[in-house]
Design a protein around this ligand. Structure first.
Ligand code: CP
Length: 307
């Protein structure tokens, strides 16, 4: 039994296999409509979500399975003080697989220790979001045609943005990846990502604080929201939240084939005028999330491909 707590829980080969399966599903989704008949996915969400929870649920339903779960800590017995360890012991007897989102870093890892079913981290605090990374890689592979030889701009809240941390961890395993890290000083990537991931893999990167200057060199621009819920001080959030706003004026500096990604939700960081630019692929990206999660569920439940 395998749990997915970090993108590194899948080897590069396993990751590529999940992406290939997702591409097979995209090509003929109906073929997969009954591969999980009779199986149940539990979605244990202690923190708000639209895309991750609903795309997990859509994914399981598309595979013929059923879903159960809760969408906030308040609507579960966590509100009465139940621990994650006790909750997962019980859920293990109700479902075949579970996806957990939690505001505390490491909570899904604790759950995995006590679980007898596969646990998927659906986002833990400012730490990791591996299924967003699968979604991002599937989007890039399909729309860009490759996962190597890319200059990737990551812009916004690189300190608390768990999607950014997971994406960096996954992309460093591909060839000739360069990063341009665009953020204010206070929201730069954590030291452990810089030292243990970028430096460890000899990855070329630079840290800048002006988006326009670096636009022409990017193959991908991954925008992120400043994570209001992770700030201790409201004044700091207000000061930093609108420092980077992508608009059509800035898009003029970008390559014709640069893609704009965003894990969503968007607040102000991408002007809605950009939505109609063919390079803006963040809504397609959200759609790819269903296929990526279908492939991951099949892989963890060791479901055979249909004939
Ligand atoms: N991308 C993402 O995690 O979105 P939600 O918070 O809506 O799940």
């Amino acid at each position: 039994m395998k749990h997915i707590i970090s993108p590194l829980d899948l080897s590069t080969k396993e990751l590529d296999d999940v992406l290939s399966l997702a591409e097979e599903i995209i090509a003929d989704p109906k073929k997969f409509a009954h591969v999980c008949d009779g199986q149940k996915l539990a979605t244990l969400f202690y923190e708000p979500s639209t895309r991750t929870r609903l795309s997990f649920e859509a994914a399981m339903m598309n595979l013929g399975g059923n879903v159960l779960g809760f969408s906030s800590a308040d609507s579960s017995s966590a509100a009465k003080g139940e621990s994650v360890a006790d909750t997962i012991r019980v859920i293990s007897s109700y479902a075949d697989i579970c996806a957990m989102r939690h505001p505390k870093e490491g909570a899904p890892m604790v759950a995995a220790k006590y679980s007898t079913i596969p646990v998927i981290n659906a986002g833990d605090g400012g730490h990791n979001h591996p299924t967003q990374t699968l979604t991002d890689l599937l989007t890039i592979k399909n729309l860009k045609g490759r996962l190597n030889n890319l200059t990737v701009g990551l812009c916004g809240d690189l300190k608390f943005g768990r999607t950014v941390h997971s994406l960096i961890n996954a992309l460093v395993r591909y060839e000739n990846i360069k990063f341009v890290l665009i953020s204010p000083e206070e929201l730069r990537i954590p030291t452990y990502i810089r030292e243990e991931v970028l430096d460890e893999h000899n990855i070329e990167y630079k840290e800048v604080n002006v988006l326009e200057d670096v636009m022409p060199e990017l193959d991908l621009l991954y925008m992120t929201r400043v994570q209001k819920e992770r700030f201790f001080n409201e004044d700091d959030y207000v000061r930093l939240k609108d420092l980077f706003i992508l608009d059509m004026q800035k898009m003029k500096y970008a390559k014709d084939d640069m893609l704009v990604l965003h894990p969503l939700p968007r607040v102000n960081e991408i002007s809605t005028e950009v939505d109609n630019d063919p390079r803006a692929v963040y809504f397609k990206q959200a759609q790819y999330g269903v296929y990526a999660r279908m492939a991951l569920i099949m892989t963890l439940l060791e479901v055979n491909r249909p004939c």
